[in-house]
Every structure is written in structure tokens, then in C-alpha cells.
Design a protein. Sequence first.
Length: 157
Amino acid sequence: MALSATWTAIVSTDGTDAATNIGATTSGIYRLDGSEVAAGTTALSDASNVDLLSPILIDQNGNISSSQVYSGTGATRIEVPGRGLGDNAKEHGYNNAVDSSWIDNGTFDGTVTDTLPLYAISSTLTVPASAPEPTTIGLFALGGRACSSRGGANNHD
């Protein structure tokens, strides 16, 4: 379900935090099934104080799937030093969580060849006029987890 969108991974690497990587929007963030996840990226970045409205357990194909997800990120979308993507030990979350463990549930100490999905957020998508309000939608799904954003979000490559 690429939906002709530009996708940005919600991950931290050495030198780039997830918050910086995805930018900011006050538009709602939604899953592919239309369930609201957060009121905007600020709510995503305050995972230690604000729970998600819905867990991000819909993959890019619209399937419900519960799993660990690579993030490299702490609860405030800031890189955990030595545990970002590209490091041997990686910070991970659980896509079925609504508390801060959606992005920060500890270190995944698997081998370098272990694979987990990533979260991603799309550029803003416009929904046809016949669709109910709001009129734009975007999503998170790269390698596996899906979520969407509605409204006037900034587009990031």
C-alpha cells in the first residue's frame, strides 16, 4: 500500500534522532484502518507522558500483526546512544503498545542478521471529497507497521 507517498522511517541513528528525521506536524496521525494514533508528531515525541490513542499494529498491507519493531529511539524520540539503527544492539518497541514501549521497550540484542520491521510516516495524502473529514491521510509503514497522518503535515523525503 505505497499510496504514492513519500515515506520517512521513524528511527534514530547515530547523529539523527527520530524526532528530527520525521519533522513536525499538528495534523493527526492515523493507521491505515482510520484509527487515530496521535494528535500530531508532538504527541508521538512525548511517549513517556502521553499514551498513543491506538496501537500501531497494522502493517503496510492492512494486516493486523503484533511484533517487536526496531526504533533506535527512547521514549522522547531521541537516539539512545549505542543503540540506534546501525549499532549492534538496537532499541526496539512493540507495535501493540500504547504507552512508551511502542517505541522504547529496551534493547534488542539479536544478531546482526535478525530482522524486525520499522515504523515510517508518509507525506500527507489527499482523500477524495466523498470521504469523511478530515480530507488528507498519510501513514507509517516501512518493512511492516502502518499508521497514517491527516491534515497539513510537512512533506519530508
